[in-house]
Design a protein around this ligand. Sequence first.
Ligand SMILES: [Zn+2]
Length: 459
Amino acid sequence: MYTCGPTVYQFAHIGNFRAYTTADLLVRVLQYNGYEVKFVMNITDVGHLVSDADTGEDKLEKSAKKEGKNVWEVAEFYTDAFLKDYDALNLTKPTVLCKATDHIKEQVDLIKRLEEKGFTYKTSDGIYFDTSKFPTYGQLSSLDQIKEGARVEINDEKKNPRDFALWKFSYQDGKSRGEILKQVQDDSLEKRQMEWKSPWGVGFPGWHIECSAMSMKYLGESFDIHTGGVDHKEIHHPNEIAQSEAATGKKFVNYWIHTAFMQVNGQKMSKSLNNTYTLYDLEKEGYDMLALRYLYLQTHYRQEMNFTFESLDAAQNAYKKLVIDISRFEDPSVSSGQVRPGIFEDFEKRFFDALNEDLNTSKALAVLWEVVKSSYPSGPKLRTIFKMDRVLGLNLQELSHQIRNAQQILPGHVQQMVEERQHLRKLRKFNAADQIRAKIEKLGYELEDTKKGPKVTKK
Ligand SMILES: [Zn+2]
């Protein structure tokens, strides 16, 4: 399975992470079904151009200029940030995480292969793929959306508006900067920071070619599943299919999984509306990233999702309640040391039937809640919940244990004193409350009043 990863010139936003969560769920569900999953994801650390059509400024070089760093520093910084967010959402680590800049040779080799088969042509700014030579081009997308001048800027030298760059020259006609400078005596030519030699001239790969080169390197020329955001369905993925199948003559991918767009307050996410939230934006407002994961699970991946802070609040409350409810269940087989296996198979079956039905996560969540609310014995209940959570990835086992342990640290008589002190404080009997506080501290506990109430820990 291959997933189109981030372009590391800015922070990924909550819409991007929705698509990575789909990929993660798919891996977990496949593993539950007994499949071994080789999961490959790329990091686009070569700056491709701001539009899908290989025109405009280079995203990485643009960020570097803005942030006063070099492009390699920019790529490293945003790769680290991405992986930190990725972990916070408890997403499955890829078996192979591959960077475009580590695979320039594979990309050049693939372009050579396409050139030998006659699928390419040269213009003054690069080597292009000739889509007219690939009759099934664009089957994944609705072709009328790719009209010249709409998303694709007009390039006189392109034979067909849908043709795309495989290799872009740093300078026109693949000439070196020195040669051009001699000709034009123009100091305004800035040197690109990322460029490589190739049989066609110094330059850099087009964006699409890296995914074909790396997926085929690690997964073979034909593989099972390719995922990504639905924004890739019109151009990036049709291009991946065209260049891969033209080179190999084989079917590239069996199943394409696209996660739908996310809106914010019913509007498209955009810089101008200032509504492209990152995980950090939510974290600093006090949100738990696993509550965001819970929120993602509530909407089917092929449905557009409308993000609002009200919906995130509701998800956070539901998630907290879930963890607290579970922390109250005791597994007698754990405390007695006896192994008593057994889970509720009917619940489990309904849960996995839902997920196996094109990842119906909201239905699966509903079954989980049914187990939590049921009046069955808590031992098998817990085991059923934790088994389900291997797929949901909400960290329920660890968090509910943490809560239990935190509660168990406080012996009953201390808990009673804490409650009595709270009561006295409400009655504004502060002197009496302080006396109890002193007693609690004498017993070896530290008491801190927080917004959420008193926090008591052993000294
Ligand atoms: Zn891709």
